[in-house]
Ligand binder design. Structure first.
Ligand code: 3HC
Length: 283
């Protein structure tokens, strides 16, 4: 861990900006990269807002917020990440995009750099195979919203070395997270359990068993979940939920993972949840 001083985060979206925030809060110099300049500015502004909100709530001082922001370096060229000790990719959940990013990172990153991915469902082993250093590729699956959720799911690819796995565990702990150790199987552990629950909630709606509100109220009050499963699906993004169900269905080959037709229909209609303004609820 002592050798990890600088972190590069690829993608300034919902997950990337959260990872950059917790990295900088942990005292690590953090380069935040996004190809899209508007997305990059929006990501940095979001972190700034979170840090200021923390000052208002007296979680940390004004000077801490200033120090954290000073540790975050926005970047628009991947080459700017060449000196980072650990690179965490949090780009769009699309195989071809991720493979290309890892090929590019493999070219620009220094030899000792660890390449981690925040993928929620794509095989770590397959991503690692896109590089010439598969033993230095590992899964670091953060939960949304990253600054709030205490977990990092660590995923070991076929070739991931023990030393690399231990290092990212230490980094996650430094970021204030608890690290669980998981093997590289479709959906890993968290989404293997969470997504079928969400999919089943969609089936419950689809079959007319209960309304959106009653399903969510039931799971919130009956099972102490902070958000009902349909509200959570909107929060995660219905397109992401569907993509993960498809990975489970294809990867594990069991019909119990069949995505609900209603989930598919909402995605076809571009009702992606919060990010598009409409999912099971309107925003
Ligand atoms: N970024 C940073 N902080 C945030 C935030 C965000 N996007 N959203 C909320 N927060 C903070 C608030 O500032 C507040 O902080 P405070 O307690 O220090 O004041 C705290 O979270 C609570 O927020 P609110 O009071 O506004 O709202 P709630 O009490 O309703 O909590 C929630 C919001 C934390 C999102 C809660 O509803 C929750 O835990 N929901 C479930 C989230 C979950 O299950 N995430 C996992 C999704 S699965 C996943 O990520 C894997 C992927 O692969 C699909």
């Amino acid at each position: 861990m002592s050798n990890i001083k600088t972190i590069g985060v690829i993608g300034a979206g919902q997950m990337g900006r959260g990872i950059a925030q917790v990295a900088a809060q942990a005292g690590l110099d953090t380069a935040l990269f996004d190809v899209n300049s508007e997305g990059l500015s929006a990501g940095v502004e979001f972190i700034q807002k979170q840090m200021l909100r923390g000052v208002e709530k007296k979680k940390w001082s004004d000077s801490v917020a200033t120090e954290v922001m000073a540790r975050i370096q926005p970047c628009q060229a991947l080459e700017e990440l060449k000196d980072c000790d650990l690179l965490i990719e949090a780009a769009t959940e699309n195989k071809q995009i991720k493979f290309q990013i890892f090929k590019d990172l493999d070219k620009i990153a220094k030899e000792s750099a660890i390449l981690a991915t925040n993928t929620s469902s794509i095989s770590i082993t397959e991503i690692a195979a896109a590089t010439g250093r598969p033993e230095q590729v590992v899964g670091m699956h953060f939960m949304n919203p990253v600054p709030v959720m205490k977990l990092v799911e660590g995923i070991r690819g076929l070739e991931t070395s023990e030393a690399v796995f231990d290092t990212v565990e230490a980094v996650a702990i430094k970021m204030g997270k608890t690290f669980i150790k998981v093997q590289d199987v479709a959906g890993f552990a968290i989404n293997r359990i969470l997504m079928p629950m969400i999919n089943e909630a969609v089936y419950t709606l689809y079959e007319g068993v209960a309304t959106v509100e009653d399903i969510d109220t039931g799971m919130k009050l009956g099972c102490n979940q902070p958000m009902g499963p349909l509200e959570l699906a909107d929060f995660i993004g219905l397109d992401t939920c569907l993509a993960i169900m498809e990975v489970l269905h294809e990867g594990l080959g069991d019909t119990k993972y069949r995505p609900c037709p209603l989930l598919k229909k909402y995605v076809l209609a571009k009702r992606f949840g919060r990010k598009s303004g409409r999912g099971f609820y309107e925003y």
